[in-house]
Design a protein around this ligand. Sequence first.
Ligand code: GUN
Length: 709
Amino acid sequence: MAARNDPEPCREQYWGLFEITHRDGAARIGRLHSKHGAITTPMLLPVINPNLRTIEPREMWEKFGIEALITNSYVIWKHEDLRTTALSDGIHSLLDFPGAVVTDSGTFQSYVYGDVEVGPEEIVTFQRDMGVDIGTMLDVFGRPDMSREELEGAVEETADRAEPSLAVAGSEMLLNGPIQGGTHADLRAQSSLLMGSSESEGRGFAVHPIGGIVPLMEQQRYRELFEILLASKSNLPPDRPVHFFGCGHPMLFPMAIALGVDLFDSAAYAIFARDDRLLTPEGTVKLGDIQEWPFNSHALFGTTPQGVREMERDERSVILAKHNLEVTQSELARCRESIRNGTIWELAEKRSHASPYLRDAFLWVQEQLDDPDDGPVGDSVLRMIASTNPLRGGGEGFGDEIESRPHILHIQALLATRWRVPGSWWDSTTGPPERVLLIEGVPPPWRISALGSVIEHLVEEPRTVVMISTPIGPIPFSIEDVSPWCHLTGPRGIWDPIFDDQEILEVLEEFGISDVPLIRAIPRDEVEDQTKAAEVRAWLDRCSVVDKLALLCAINPSDGCKMTEGMTSRKSRTDRLVNVNSGGKHILSPRLTDGGVSLTTHGASIANCLNHFPVPEFGTSGEDSDFPGIPRVCIIDDAVPFVGKGRNVMHGYISGADSHLTPGQPCIVIDSTGALIAHGIPITTHLEMSYLRKGVAVKVREGALKQDS
Ligand code: GUN
């Protein structure tokens, strides 16, 4: 195998900048730019003990794909020989590692041994002088068993040291600003606010580790662990990676990542190996207990547990450490892939069964999602739901917990707030509905399994609100092809009628139609009178476009009706809407993969004209309306010619964005006068857009100034 080349240093102006390339709710794949290359997150910083290198750092870089590692500056500082070499040759040479080097400060030693002999500024200066890429200030470790007063003291003292530490770190070394506060959600939120806003000469922290959590992990107090994470995240600047200090068990990765952790560090791979234990994504296995390997790896290939048991202790530690690091790396790769394909929550759900303590924590998080509180944890979970793309392509496995998944909660919330009873009916009458028809007992695609029956009922009574029963509740027929409902996978029985009248009434109440007479119908195969079918179909198609524009683009249904006045369409051979035209011009296409909509530039232009809210500006509050209009991203003048020709919108060129912007769903790009410049799909939220300085904010589908170029 060819040795991996040394990293390309990032350009100086990018050092410390974090870029989000993919996201799934709070989980994100990012790139943190450093002097020794860009680090792709979520990732693990393996802990290197400078006195005991179980795996050589060079091998980690070349064979394990490790882009950055962490070592302890206090340990180096304490050992005269290490200190001298580190200062003269630099930390990269001391460790023989070409990637980014992160160092800790001695805080953990003060937790273990009671005190350290070094001062806060001295240890940061030392890290800087060794040429460290990301150092750590000397924070005050807040143990969970400390009194509230002591913890308040730890938060305050850490915050007081922040500015002097940033000052001595200088412009070349990035700095970790740890969050303390024990298990008190409010103290964690306060610590995040203080540390997130600390700066010296315009420079703030590059990364925020969540500190003081090792005792919780040792005691498997995972519920508190994740409560701390959510509370801290509520106030942390969204452009800085979050590091879970001392967390390195792969079992915890999916859930931590799903809730927004970007970096992990741990010596677990080596410590467990020395103790003859193997890490797996579902827990830990003792070498002494097994006949066969629970997980294969390159390191263990061709060996047996018995063979490894018979090895010398040192050789055994090395082979097990390599195995543990491989398992850790592959679980992180799996998490990153799950972020890319929108399944990180399902992975966390699956892994939560690995331990009763983890399961308890997962169920607690589900409760927070179902019923967010008024505090920092509630703020975080609401933000998480809102930042989750409500639509996904591909199947959605049906199960007991499906309705607690953030993207399902999001689409259901959108349905509850933005769906409205049609304003007019297929026979052109207006007025309130005469009845609600609930179609039951048939699986999707409903335009095939239920259409005949729907038309029959609509011909009989044009003022009928048509709903379909799905295992996760009734939905309007107009969104029959929208995921997750139409993509639920499971045995045929999940489509059997399961709800009683009372349950259905409760849902209809949310839609404001519980006092309309309800009829329930299981579609029959043949339907006779179809003479009015074409007219009814055209009306159903239009309802579908208006409702999707309302749900996914926040366009008021009355504006959606204006957009679709005189609507015509092109259909596929399987009878799906392919192109939707208004006034003879193509305005949008429903997406086959997830039932969403893809706007055209003409459609975006109409949507923009219909949006009468002021041009968004960062620092001003958003619109308080169920239908704040097509979400807009306003760019600065310098970027207009590029974006207008179809280039992506980059962070740093944005002056405002609507707060209801949803990653993954359509948005338009405007200039400061409100003129349409482009349209596309946002990757980040409006809050992230206001902080991030690097990377793509909106993937532009088409520039609106193309013709002028
Ligand atoms: N390593 C594990 N926990 C901590 C912490 O709270 N602070 C620092 N600096 N390092 C740690």
